[in-house]
Write a protein that binds this ligand. Structure first.
Ligand code: ATP
Length: 233
């Protein structure tokens, strides 16, 4: 579904991504893990069209989308949930959800029902200003808003950041449900344990390069991954 080849991304003279290849197959959950600064966010932003690559090719559903505008990329079915759950604080939960569908012209009511079935808490709180939601609820709202664009590929930047373990578990349960409903997921995470457990396939990034790849299970069992990312020997 998504094929990235030889991707290089620079910020001025800083080489953030130094020739990365990876692939996301339809209906998989794929994760990119790695330390801070490895280039994970930069890769997602580049796929989403927010940053232009210096080199390389990004193919989605057989089309070359390298360097395309974000609106074009969203309309093809790729949506990014950025890090830091950027909801609109002074708008209600429901208004935030509806904004996610701004590029659509069809009826939204079925999708709002679908969103409410995935996130009953958001249904209960549809009238509440998003800025007054808890951190976990804001992450769910950011996810819900992204789903309203009906993505084929949902990309998530650190959905578990700063959340309590029990909330993180809930977020991963929802990610699994989203995948079961037919959406492909590309996820970047500091929480390597949760991410590798959820992922069908995973890539380990270090300073702008892919150092290791394999199924979630293989990487969970890998000695170097355990030492570096899972806090176990
Ligand atoms: P984190 O988990 O900390 O977000 P990451 O793996 O997502 O890390 P990136 O945010 O992609 O890493 O950053 C990769 C490199 O690019 C880092 O060295 C970072 O300092 C640099 N970088 C990121 N954004 C910018 C920017 N806007 N301008 C300059 N350098 C940047």
């Amino acid at each position: 579904m998504l094929k990235v080849n030889g991707l290089k991304v620079n910020y001025g003279s800083i080489e953030a991504v130094k020739g990365v290849d990876f692939e996301v197959k339809e209906n998989d959950i794929v994760t990119l893990i790695g330390a801070n600064g490895a280039g994970k966010s930069t890769i997602l932003k580049t796929v989403a069209g927010l940053i232009k690559p210096a080199e390389g090719k990004i193919e989605f559903m057989g089309d070359d989308i390298t360097g395309f505008e974000t609106s074009n990329i969203i309309s093809r079915g790729i949506t990014l949930v950025p890090e830091g759950r950027r909801v609109f604080p002074d708008m209600t939960v429901l208004e935030n959800i509806k904004i996610g569908a701004y590029l659509r012209k069809d009826s939204l009511s079925n999708d709002i029902e679908w969103i409410y079935s995935l996130f009953p808490r958001l249904k209960e709180r549809h009238w509440q200003h998003a800025g007054t939601l808890s951190g976990g609820e804001q992450q769910m709202l950011a996810l819900a808003r992204a789903l309203m664009s009906r993505p084929k590929l949902l990309m998530m930047d650190e959905p578990s950041l700063g959340l309590a373990p029990i909330i993180v578990k809930g977020i991963f349960e929802i990610i699994n449900e989203i995948q079961k409903s037919g959406v492909t997921v590309l996820l970047i995470e500091q929480n390597a344990n949760m991410a590798l457990n959820a992922a069908s396939y995973a890539y380990v990034l270090e300073t702008g390069r892919v150092m290791l790849k394999g199924s979630g299970k293989e990487l969970l069992a890998d000695e170097s991954v355990r030492e570096a990312y899972l806090g176990k020997n």
